[in-house]
Design a binder for this molecule. Structure first.
Ligand code: ATP
Length: 292
């Protein structure tokens, strides 16, 4: 499914994700950068409600990212919506900005959920999308969404987000094992805050500053090693153990080396790792539409 999708788009995962990183913007005034957009039909929309970021992505019907927006939010914890009203308000505001850039209304979207989240909680994410004014066409588990983009047949996708490290083992292009454990980017920020005696918010900012990351590396390394231990334990039975890292925390330079050393498995970082899952969720919206 994902391979033919990528052929239809005429893009490699690298090209697709490069484009995603160019057009998915942090919070913007929607009237900036209006897009000239001629197509009447076939937008695919993905909403990713994460522990750290809410992301909305719009693809054209061939799968090319057109625009999107992401914001640092604290409305979801490990796949559970903990602030329903806040989540709806933020998503509505992002939707408005993106619509004014597109010059079109967004009427539907797919969304995602971490593996292992109870059905009722998955449903509450769908309700957020609906309450923000979009039909929720489909809910997809996050590793399958990531693999819509990456098209891995045999291997391991590790999603290191804000709250958790999610592991998905793939065989013949299908997810055969998942795990999601509570160690993510938030824990990196917490150790930086503790070591530097600063607030969590200041530590978040510091952690993402490329000029600071090599100085901070020894401080956060033990957390990365813990992530590696979690991964190693969960992929012991996997047929192919090559690891691809996605999720925002994978941006921290050197994390791939630590995971590789701890697990003993070849490890690479996906291009634009923050956007792999959101783009894959939007692709699922396209899949749904093409079936109708
Ligand atoms: P989860 O998947 O746990 O629900 P999420 O979907 O919000 O969380 P992502 O959006 O994949 O997770 O990643 C968010 C994390 O990535 C945050 O902890 C954030 O601080 C971290 N992050 C984002 N950009 C960078 C960067 N440049 N360097 C290091 N960490 C980063």
């Amino acid at each position: 499914m994902s391979e033919s999708y990528l052929k239809a788009a005429g893009q490699t995962p690298e090209e697709l994700l490069q484009r995603a990183a160019e057009v998915i913007l942090p919070e913007q005034n929607g009237s900036d950068h209006p897009l000239i957009f001629g197509e009447k039909n076939g937008l695919c929309v993905g909403v990713d409600l994460g522990t750290a970021y809410t992301v909305l992505v719009v693809l054209d019907r061939t799968g090319i990212p057109l625009t999107g927006e992401f914001r640092f939010t604290q409305v979801v914890r490990d796949g559970l919506v903990v602030d329903f009203i806040g989540a709806v308000d933020i998503l509505r505001s992002i939707k408005r900005n993106v619509e004014s850039r597109l010059g079109r209304e967004l009427t539907h979207a797919a969304s995602g959920f971490p593996p292992g989240v109870p059905r009722a909680e998955v449903q509450s994410t769908a309700y957020v999308v609906e309450a923000a004014g979009m039909d929720c066409t489909e809910m997809i588990d996050e590793p399958s969404a990531a693999n819509n983009v990456l098209g891995i047949r045999d291997g391991v996708i590790v999603d290191i987000g804000g709250g958790t490290t999610g592991i998905a083992v793939l065989e013949d292009g299908k997810v055969v094992h998942t795990a999601d454990e509570a160690t993510g980017g938030t824990h990196l920020s917490l150790v930086i805050a503790g070591a530097s005696n600063i607030s969590f918010e200041a530590a978040e900012t510091l952690k993402k500053d490329p000029a600071e990351q090599s100085r901070l590396f020894p401080i956060v390394r033990p957390v990365m090693e813990k992530m590696g231990t979690i991964i190693e334990r969960n992929i012991r039975g996997a047929r192919t153990k090559s690891i691809t890292l996605v999720g925002g925390t994978s941006i921290f330079p050197g994390i791939d080396k630590v995971i590789q050393e701890t697990t003993g498995c070849p490890t690479r970082i996906a291009p634009s790792p923050l956007f792999v899952t959101p783009v894959g969720i939007a692709m699922q919206d396209r899949n749904k539409i093409s079936l109708n």
